[in-house]
Design a protein around this ligand. Sequence first.
Ligand SMILES: C[S+](C)CC[C@H](N)C(=O)O
Ligand SMILES: N[C@@H](CCS)C(=O)O
Ligand SMILES: [Zn+2]
Length: 353
Amino acid sequence: MSNEETLMSDFLRKCGGVGVIDGGLATELERYGADLNDPLWSAKCLVNSTNLIRQVHLDYLEAGADIIITASYQATIQGFEAKGYSSEEGESMLRRSVEIACEARDVYYERCRGSSTDYLGDGRILKHRPILVAASVGSYGAYLADGSEYSGDYGDAMNLEFLKDFHRRRVQVLAESGADLIAFETVPNKLEAQAFVELLEEGINIPAWLAFNSKDGVNVVSGDSLAECAEVADSCMKVVAVGINCTPPRFIGGLISTIKKVTTKPILIYPNSGESYDAQLKQWVKNTGVPDEDFVSYVNTWCEMGASLVGGCCRTTPDTIRAIHRTLPSRSDSTPLVENLQSEAGRVMIKTT
Ligand SMILES: C[S+](C)CC[C@H](N)C(=O)O
Ligand SMILES: N[C@@H](CCS)C(=O)O
Ligand SMILES: [Zn+2]
C-alpha cells in the first residue's frame, strides 16, 4: 500500500468504515442567495463572498460531513484571467479556497471543544473527528461554463497535452495549498482522467480522488466506458478513491458494480438530487423521466455494494448529509433518540422500509 493509500484507509477506519462527504457547495451558496449566473459559477464567491463559503462549509461539518470540498470547482487561472485578474491573483484565489475550508475546520474544532455534548438538540453534530479538506478540481468542461461537463464532448481537436497544460498550474497550486487531497470532480471522459493521472505523476505530493459522472447508468457522460475510466484511475498510486459524483441517484447501484470489478481502491459516491442542469439558464430543472426519490434510504445498500465514501453533489443540502450520517450504522448508534425525535429533517429524509 502506498503512503497515500494508507492515509485513506486510516481515515476510513477512524470514520467507522464509511466516510461522509459534504453535499452541494455551490447550490447551497445559491440557497443562501448567492448569484452564480457567471462564467466563474461558484468561484465568483471567492471574489466577493468568502464568509458565505466558510458558513456553508461549517453547515456541512455540523451536519456530519467528514470531508469538505473547496469552492475551487470552477476556479481556474484562465477563468480568472478572462475576468481581468492577473495569474498571481488567480493563484491566490485558488489558495484562498483551501484556506477558507481550513478556517471552517478550525472554527468547527473550536466549537467541538466548547460543547459539552456531541449531538445537539437542534440537529447539529459537534463531535471531534478527523476532517479532510478536499481541493476541488472541476473538469475542463466546467471552465467552458456551457454544461460540457455533462456531455464530455470537447471536440475532435482536443488532446491529452492540451488538457494537461490547461490544468497543470492549478493542480500544482492546490497541491501546495494545505489541502489534504485533490478532488477531481465531474470527470466526463477517459482523456481527461488520463490527463489528471499523468499530472499527479508529475511530482504532485498529495493524494487525489477521481469522480466521474454518468447520464445513463452504464458509461460516463461522454459515452466512454466507465470500467476503462476507473481503470485509468486505478493505475495511479496517488489516487486513493474512485467513484461517481453529480449523477442521478437511480443510476448509482449499477455504476458501483462496474467500478468494483476494476479496482480495490475505496469507492466514493456523491450523487446529485436527480434534477438536470440547464447550462443556458444556469438553473436546475426537474427531471421529467423517472423520478429520483430521496436517495438516503439507498445509502446503506450502496455501502454493502462497496461504497466507502458517501455524500451529495448539486442540490443536496446539509439536511441530506445529516440524514446520511444518521443512517450509517457506525454513526447512528451514538445518536441519542431525542435528536431523532426533534429533527424534522431527519424524519423526512430517512425512510423506513
Ligand atoms: C456542475 S455544473 C452545475 C457547474 C456549472 C457549469 N459549469 C456552468 O458554468 O454553467
Ligand atoms: N463540488 C462542486 C460541484 C461539483 S458538480 C460544488 O458544489 O462546488
Ligand atoms: Zn454537482
